[in-house]
Write a protein of this length. Structure first.
Length: 312
């Protein structure tokens, strides 16, 4: 009977294992192999497909060439987005989740509204943000501003060239950070709202009796009790931010930057796609593994820090 149950178990697992083997394990192994094949482009030439093994693809990432500089620029862009968007989105999500938890009327309706961006197409939302932050444009004989510059104009603040030709790097990063934080909020709010429901209300009752200020309740009760979920959001947030790509395309299109400086806002994933389009799978694989190594190291560091600071 035990042998029969084992066979049934493997039979049920087989479809999942086959799909994982084809769409997960094989691509992972292929990526590792291709990263060590120099100048591999997957195409047959007069001399045949090149299979010279070595670490040249990795050396080219840091050899001070034009390609290397663009990769490092993309890595810097990605790092800036990670540093700004992950902590900021978690802090804002925590404040919103706490506010929603204290509002009983329309609580479910408000949670649904906050969750809508999570199920909306990222490229479509990016296009809307691009229109919101556009500079002065002329439609026929009528001049128009994006809603953000219009809003600034109400307070006498000069219009800013956020993403148009000639826009500054700081303005481009600001728009991307705002968009990524906004799009990341729904999932984080959902997780933190669910975690707040499981917090023992006796802690808050005791704080009320002691007359504890609300800011102190937040920092000394809510945050420590939610630290496992906050830790989880930090880990997943860092991983997701390092893979950022669709937000840049949504704002700037496939130019990955303003028309005057195309490619300026490239991310690491965008560079990987660039080399895939050129059929340079060796270089693309090396970049993908370099990104994997960076994410792995940061994740391990976060787990070690969390052991001391997270209250399970």
């Amino acid at each position: 009977m035990e042998g029969l149950n084992t066979k049934k178990a493997w039979a049920f697992l087989a479809p999942c294992l086959i799909l994982m083997a084809v769409f997960t394990f094989y691509p992972m192994i292929s990526t590792i192999v291709y990263s060590f094949i120099n100048d591999y482009n997957g195409l047959e030439s007069a001399g045949g497909t090149q299979f010279a093994a070595g670490i040249e693809n990795y050396k080219k990432l840091f050899d001070n060439s034009a390609t290397s500089k663009r990769f490092l620029q993309a890595l810097g862009n990605t790092a800036i987005l990670v540093v700004f968007t992950v902590p900021l989105s978690i802090v804002i999500a925590l404040l919103i989740a706490v506010a929603l938890n204290s509002i009983k009327p329309l609580q479910k309706a408000l949670q649904t509204i906050y969750f809508l961006p999570y199920v909306t197409n990222a490229l479509a939302i990016g296009s809307v943000f691009a229109l919101m932050f556009q500079s002065s444009t002329t439609i026929g004989t009528v001049g128009t501003e994006g809603i953000i510059n219009t809003f600034l104009g109400w307070f006498g603040i000069p219009a800013v060239n956020w993403i148009g030709p000639g826009s500054t790097y700081a303005a481009n990063v600001t728009v991307l950070v705002i968009y990524i934080v906004w799009s990341a909020l729904p999932f984080k709010i959902l997780i933190l709202s669910g975690a707040l429901q499981s917090v023992n209300k006796q802690y808050y009752d005791a704080a009320k009796i002691d007359g504890t200020p609300k800011w102190r309740v937040l920092t000394k009760i809510t945050v420590p009790l939610l630290s496992p979920m906050i830790s989880y959001l930090f880990v997943t947030g860092f991983i997701g931010a390092f893979k950022e790509y669709s937000s840049v395309v949504g704002i700037f299109g496939t130019d990955m930057g303003p028309a005057s400086d195309a490619g300026r806002m490239n991310t690491v994933v965008a560079r990987i796609y660039d080399f895939i389009e050129r059929a340079d799978y060796g270089r693309a694989s090396a970049m993908a593994l370099a990104l994997f190594a960076i994410i792995l190291v940061l994740t391990v560091v976060q787990f070690r820090i969390n052991k001391k600071r997270v209250h399970f």
